[in-house]
Write a protein that binds this ligand. Structure first.
Ligand code: SF4
Length: 219
């Protein structure tokens, strides 16, 4: 088998290639209606269309259907993993897309918008900007759009200066944080200051990717 053919056989199916029958085969097939659908086939069709999630079928989460539930979770998992940034009500999910192009299927996780601050800003200027980010909203065709995250850039390149800024921002907002530093030592100081906030870290470079990956795992 050629390497291209091998890749094709191991490639995860896109959601458009999963048929409702693939899903139906793994469902309890009792047509109990607990999901609100008339039968399991209707549920399978709506699941493949992205209108329902596996959690909508309660019997799948009972011991009797544990193995089928796990198989369905693997089948329905998006090719690109979803990543949660932040905690609580303001946490945002990025990735988790089933397709590359918007016209192929609905994008389920809208692109979040972050505004940056940096560690050379005066404290009052920093707090003012963080407050403005947290309170900004814009009405657009009946929807209230808000900003989703605060990016904190290391300009000083000094670990303690960065940590102090991260601490100030973390104390002033519950929005998810994005820590931006190229030096792993600076990043570590920022991560310690943002303990329990589950921040996104940026950026791993050719010479620092391993140290950054270790930090991501440790924190
Ligand atoms: S809750 Fe599950 S088992 Fe019951 S009808 Fe819906 S899909 Fe089928």
């Amino acid at each position: 088998m050629s390497s291209a053919a091998a890749l094709e056989t191991t490639r995860k199916k896109s959601i458009r290639e999963i048929s409702p029958i693939d899903v139906y085969k793994l469902l309890p097939k009792t047509n109990c209606g607990e999901c609100g659908e008339a039968n399991c086939m209707a549920f399978a069709t709506r699941l493949v269309n992205g209108e329902l999630v596996l959690a909508n079928c309660p019997p799948l989460h009972t011991p009797e259907y544990t193995r089928a539930g796990e198989a369905l979770s693997i089948l329905m998992a998006p090719p690109v993993r979803a990543v949660i940034i932040g905690t609580g009500d303001t946490a945002i999910t990025v990735g988790g897309k089933y397709v590359l192009w918007r016209h192929e299927f609905t994008y389920h996780n809208p692109t979040p918008i972050a505004i940056d601050v940096h560690d050379m800003m005066a404290k009052n200027e920093l707090r003012d900007r963080v407050t403005a980010i947290g309170t900004f909203s814009y009405s657009y065709i009946g929807r209230k759009l808000v900003l989703n995250a605060v990016a904190i850039r290391s300009v000083s390149k000094d670990p303690s200066t960065f940590a102090e800024t991260v601490k100030t921002v973390a104390g002033a907002t519950s929005l998810p944080l994005i820590l931006c530093a190229l030096d792993p030592a600076v990043m570590e100081a920022g991560l310690l200051a943002a303990k329990d906030r589950r921040p996104l870290i940026y950026a791993a470079m050719e010479g620092s990717w391993k140290a950054m990956a270790d930090l991501a795992l440790a924190h």
